[in-house]
Design a protein around this ligand. Structure first.
Ligand code: CAA
Length: 380
């Protein structure tokens, strides 16, 4: 088993690292404190080919693989977790399903501008009364001749306040359960499609999310992604990829916290020597480094399975479960190593601690990841 990266993967990792270190990192604290949407960084992500990393170049993407994509998400998230998830949603949750399930006209109209960063997308699955139980939805689409009429609402929609379109999942039949769900591409400006004000959140402040209302929102039949009733499988298949992105985001956050804790431990003196000389601190740093490496291996496995087009539902869930809980543990230790300073906004570590927490919740909670892993294990 070869664990080394190939030339293209190394190049993309390095390019993402350079961009993130030079352009993203200097803005991260201000973005967090002001909850400002990073317009300039979203534009740069597009210019650098980071909005459609694994989409073929003839469709506007960078034409790279999913391993490269995960490495790029890690680098950007290391600099700013908010920018990382904006990128992850556009790549994994919007470009990927249109690439896999869209027809030629949808790819031309929507995918090419999304993958090249000229447009931004969001993904509408969660509703006020259903998050984990994703097939149980209240938002409906009624067919009438050559169009559907959508009514309902979706919430916690990352990128929602700024997106040019949403890939939204709605019930076209309320009696068929998961087989009654269909997916639609709804562009901003469609009458009856109204994004609300950004949500207030514990972390990832700059990655604005919101509720979106659909009130008698009329879309043509040609806006449907895939066949009627295929929507739930499209959503689940999409999340198999999305969870790789969130796991990579978690690694980026953890790495940042670890690197800052390591530097601080070398500088900060107590009882006459740097705290890095104390075994209690060394053990924490060793555990942090080990867990980050372990999470990355899980992410690389899931991403390379996706590249080989092998079903990776369980491997993605495993990577996300471990990486997100690891990020919580690592950022907790990093804050502890910083002592009182870690609790202050003077240092970045409190931001990493807050940002890490969402990775255990969005794109499937840790509890849902355990259910997915268990159900696949029991089937095997
Ligand atoms: N790929 C393809 N098909 C799949 C699949 C997958 N990964 N997982 C399930 N399916 C299929 C099943 O095979 C089944 O098909 P058949 O009926 O033909 O056999 C069908 O889908 C229904 O499957 P289940 O019975 O397993 O479905 P369920 O209702 O029990 O739900 C679940 C399963 C895993 C709990 C699912 O609802 C789930 O993943 N919930 C979490 C939702 C989630 O992750 N939400 C995140 C929102 S997006 C977000 O967070 C974005 C953001 O802000 C960044």
């Amino acid at each position: 088993m070869h664990l080394s990266l190939n030339e293209e993967q190394t190049m993309i990792q390095q390019a993402a690292r350079d961009f993130a270190t030079r352009e993203v990192m200097p803005l991260a604290r201000e973005l967090d404190l002001s909850s400002r949407w990073p317009t300039e960084l979203v534009k740069r992500l597009g210019e650098l080919g980071l909005m459609g990393v694994a989409i073929p170049s003839e469709l506007g993407g960078a034409g790279a693989d999913n391993v490269s994509y995960a490495l790029a998400i890690e680098e950007v998230s290391r600099a700013c977790a908010s920018t990382g998830v904006i990128m992850s949603v556009n790549n994994s949750l919007v470009c990927d399903p249109i690439y896999k399930f869209g027809n030629d006209a949808q790819k031309k109209e929507f995918l090419t501008p999304l993958a090249s960063g000229k447009k931004l997308g969001c993904f509408g699955l969660t509703e006020p009364a259903s998050g984990s139980d994703a097939s149980h939805m209240e938002t409906v689409a009624e067919k009438s001749g050559d169009h559907y009429v959508l009514n309902g609402s979706k919430n916690w929609i990352t990128n929602g306040p700024h997106a040019d379109l949403v890939v939204v999942f709605v019930a076209t039949s309320k009696t068929l359960g998961s087989k009654g769900v269909s997916a639609f591409i709804v562009p901003k400006g469609t009458p009856g499609f109204t994004p609300q004000k950004p949500d207030h959140k514990l972390g990832i402040h700059a990655a604005q999310s919101c509720t979106i209302y659909f009130e008698n929102c009329k879309v043509p039949v040609s806006a449907r992604l895939g066949e009627e009733g295929e929507g739930f499988k499209i959503a689940m298949n999409t999340l198999d990829g999305g969870r790789i992105g969130i796991a990579a985001q978690a690694i980026g956050i953890a790495r940042s916290a670890y690197e800052e804790a390591l530097a601080y431990a070398k500088e900060r003196k107590s009882f006459g020597s740097p705290i890095a000389d104390k075994q209690a601190i060394q053990f924490m740093l060793a555990d942090m480094a080990t867990e980050i490496e372990a999470a990355r291996l899980l992410v690389m496995r899931a991403a390379s399975m996706k590249d080989k087009k092998v079903r990776h539902t369980s491997e993605s869930a495993t990577a996300k479960l471990f990486a997100s809980e690891m990020a919580t543990r690592v950022t907790h230790k990093a804050l502890q190593i910083h002592g009182g300073y870690g609790y202050s906004t003077e240092y970045n570590v409190e931001r990493h601690y807050r940002d890490a927490r969402i990775t255990e919740i969005y794109e499937g909670t840790s509890e849902i990841m355990r259910l997915v892993i268990a159900s696949n294990t029991l089937k095997a």
